[in-house]
Design a protein. Structure first.
Length: 255
């Protein structure tokens, strides 16, 4: 774990916040910018070839979308019932899994057609979702990461996110990249690199300078949305952001 990241941990709140200056620019480089629908309240993001899948939120506006990448053109979309608030999204074995916030229900779709194939239920809130090739990894706004069976949806195990021994809450959008689980921390410009087996934070990535508030339109909200690219880079965006960034991390994960 790098001590030079310049972060502090609020033990009471379990939050991670930036304390240093300029740490973010030393951690990544922006390699491309792509258009993003400024009305998409991004909750989940998955890239597969030249198709980008996106789950959007808000009651009455939540959708599952299949987009052309990199143009962002909508190829197909499924609108959720107005009582459902879309959340995290994962792709596993040709199926898309989408969470909802407070309805305790998730949906399973055929990735090629977006046809609804199944639904499942879970306790608590649904926030972020990722897949590790065998299982689903779900966040619920706490410090917990639930590992779920993609067939029975039973909880197989739970890991708790910890930074320097303290819990980190509001773990949001998730994306697995190799051995690392990347996670947005809600209402921050921070992305955590987590060991999915233990929940230990391997690295804290600061993106305060990626899209500073002074450069955003008033409608742009918090940072949210992580997708892996085939060359090991990350796609990053936010709720109602008009832009998506491709970034290359400058440093390997700490050992």
């Amino acid at each position: 774990m790098r001590g030079s990241l310049g972060v502090c941990v609020g033990l009471a709140a379990g939050s991670v916040a930036a304390c240093g200056q300029g740490a973010g620019e030393e951690q990544y480089v922006v390699t491309a910018r792509y258009p993003h629908d400024p009305t998409a309240y991004t909750q989940g993001l998955v890239l597969s070839g030249n198709v980008l899948y996106e789950s959007t939120g808000l009651y009455g506006q939540s959708q599952l979308r299949r987009l052309d990448f990199p143009s962002g053109r909508i190829l197909a979309a499924v609108r959720l019932d107005s009582s459902r608030f879309g959340e995290g999204l994962a792709l596993l074995n040709g199926r898309l899994y989408q969470l909802t916030w407070k309805a305790h229900v998730g949906y399973v779709y055929d990735a090629a057609t977006l046809a609804l194939a199944d639904s499942f239920h879970y306790a608590g809130e649904g926030w972020g979702l990722a897949a590790d090739g065998d299982s689903l990894i779900m966040s619920d706004g706490s410090d917990s990461l639930r590992v779920l069976s993609p067939t029975t949806f039973q909880v197989e195990r739970v890991a708790h996110v910890r930074y320097q021994g303290a819990p980190v809450y509001q773990i949001n959008e998730l994306e697995l990249v190799g051995p690392d689980l990347f996670a947005n921390v809600y209402q921050t410009n921070t992305v955590l690199r987590i060991d999915p087996a233990t929940g230990v934070v391997r690295e804290v990535l600061h993106f305060e300078d990626l899209y500073p508030p002074g450069k955003r339109p008033p409608s742009a909200e918090v940072m949210n949305g992580i997708a892996a690219t085939p060359d090991g880079q990350l796609l990053l965006t936010g709720k109602d952001w008009p832009v998506m960034f491709k970034v290359r991390l400058r440093v390997p994960p700490p050992s």
